[in-house]
Design a protein around this ligand. Sequence first.
Ligand SMILES: Nc1ncnc2c1ncn2[C@@H]1O[C@H](COP(=O)(O)OP(=O)(O)OP(=O)(O)O)[C@@H](O)[C@H]1O
Length: 784
Amino acid sequence: MYAFYSLLIYIFYSLFRRDGGAKATADPRDPSQSASCKPEGSHRPDQPPAELWTELTGLVGRSESEDDGPGGGAEGRPTEVSLEEALVRLAEFLSVQLGAEESCGYPPDLSKPGDVPPLLTVTGQLLALLAWMRSPRGRQALPQGTQPASGVQPPTPAGPTPPEESPSFSLRGEAQGQQASQLEEDQRAWQRLEQLILGQLEELKQQLDLQDGLGQLHLGVGATDSEKRVQHLTLENEALKQSLILTQDLLRHWGPGPHTRAPQEEAEALVELQGQLQEAQDATEALRVQLGVQEVQLQGLQGALQQLQQETEQSCRRELQQVHGQLAGLRARMASLRQGCGDLRGLVSTFTQSCQGSLSEARGQVSWALGALSDSGAGTQLPEEQLGPPTGCPGRLLELKGNIRVLCRLRPGTPSSLVSSEPGPGGTVTTCYRGHQRRFRLDWVFPPDASQEEVFRELEPTVLSCLRGYSVCIFTYGQTGTGKTYSMEGPPEDPGIAPRALQSLFREMRPGGRHCVTLSMVEIYNEAVRDLLAPGPPQRLVVRQGPAGQGGLQVAGLTYWDVPNLETLNQMLSLGRSNRATAATAMNQHSSRSHALVTLTLRAASPTRGSGTAGTLHLVDLAGSERAWKAGAACRARGDPEDAQRLREARTINRSLLALGGVMAALRARRPHVPFRDSQLTRLLQPALGSGATVVLLLQISTRPEDLGETVCSLKFAERVGQVELGPARRRRAPRSGTPSSLSTDTPFTGTPCTPTPSPGSPPSPSPDSGSSSARAPPGNLLF
Ligand SMILES: Nc1ncnc2c1ncn2[C@@H]1O[C@H](COP(=O)(O)OP(=O)(O)OP(=O)(O)O)[C@@H](O)[C@H]1O
């Protein structure tokens, strides 16, 4: 029982100390402090009843220790027990207590109001009070009730606007009225509860007094068990009394008490608080508005900054692009200047060489003339080649014109808007391929209706320069079926470049002249070099490098024919053509499946004891380029049993043409290494493409839309070839009377001796009316 009352006191103390602890500490009359001063420890029973008892006494002990205050020392201070924990302990204790009473044989009859133990009643009331105090209303009312009247400050003069002046006065007045009435109601409820608890405590006190009297009666009698129990109860009663007194003090002190603050004051305080709240809200709102304005300003500034950054970036980019453009322009200008400088250098060098050539030629002429005069008297006529350049030969102009020229001839056929041309010198071909328009400039463009005569007229000066010792190479290049063979050979009724060139050369040479013409003709079929003018069936020839120091190439077994006249030459050419490999392709019924190389050497003996000239004319009819997939598809569509053969031919042709492109690219870039050895074609063309040679590329293109891809490729190749510089054209000197072996390295093919036979597939035998052709038999391996 003692513990129970102590616990009750503790609960009260905890309740009120938590709610008004600060004030209780500050108040010297604080009952909790007086409670803590009470020597409750001395009232504890000598024999602890159970664990629960220990715990409860521990709780009380803790509350006492806590009550020691700040001066009590923090060392060994037990942890604070929560109110909830105390309540749980109280409930447990009650159940134990009731159980003990039941076990004693006089259980209380709870159905009768008179039999309900006052302890239970008081506890119930306390718990009800506790529940009310923890409710929102209790929380609201309790602090006000426990605050001393002095704590309420009267409204200051500088406080909020008087209610009469405030527009929200009526509303606030209503709120204040409601709060005041609620306060009064709570106060009345509190007083009722207080009265009730006090009454019950009084009843409890009376019962305790009764028990106390009984205890004193028994205390003096003896020391039986009942007496001991009575003594114990007496002590417990004593403790209860003290607890009761303490509880009353607590209630008196911490109860609502008389309200010192009038409702009017409360209302004024409320108004003031509301005013302060309103002010705070206004200030907050103003700050919020200010914040919003500053945020807007910040956003504006950020936007401006971003715009400024973008503008700066754009202007920087523009300037950078301009600088790039200027740089590119300057680079291009520098390149063109460099090129112009190179051209000028070339021209100067050409001109110098030309002058030197002319000078030496003049010297030779003078010396020859002097020799002739001394040998045969003043009436001796000068040889015709020394009288001046042949008619139609522009002489030095040819050298200055450039050593590589690219001409383009359009094959007749369906005109297409995808390929257009501006014919004539410096003409252009414009293609529109895959939506991309491209313009190619060439040295000369022949329209589809250009005649063979027109084409040759442009080439004739170059051809005739061979008579003066120049090395000239004319080759036709283009897609299969575009007219390469037509342009080079031509039909008998409309001959092409080769027959016209030979005719022109023999016309210029004049019968009885000092020129000696030799001829050789080979084809390259599937990378095999074959002699088309061999007396027997065409044999595969071996091409190899000449002995060190002599340079050039060796083509072992190649026949080399002296041609006395044009008729014999034409006969031999037609024989060689007939030996050439042809086959039907998708684009051409008589497609040349090999590259054909005709080489004519024109040696002019010098009238003096000096060296003569040795001009060379290479006429090359290349096999047509054909895309492999196209060739394969065409073969399959035709159902040709020799499909594989055609496909192989197409691949070999393309490979060798690719090698030719590689050689042209290396020459154009002036690389130290030119890959002449990549194919048999480039190996054989090496002398014709060497330094000082004159090269004419006749590009054949188709205007058909389906051939547009190949046409563009061919034009690109021609463009690359046009950029090659072989240096100024140079004349070749030949020994005064030499054999082919003594010719310079660009002298064409020489061959092993053979006896001409009239059988088909071999060179024609000499005929009395047409002169004679004879195969030369140079000593040993002959140079190419
Ligand atoms: N300018 C032209 N005028 C008239 N006919 C032409 C012309 N060009 C080409 N042809 C004709 O086109 C056909 C193919 O010509 P050609 O054999 O010369 O082509 P190619 O380029 O040599 O083909 P391939 O590379 O397959 O040998 C021939 O029948 C030829 O008569």
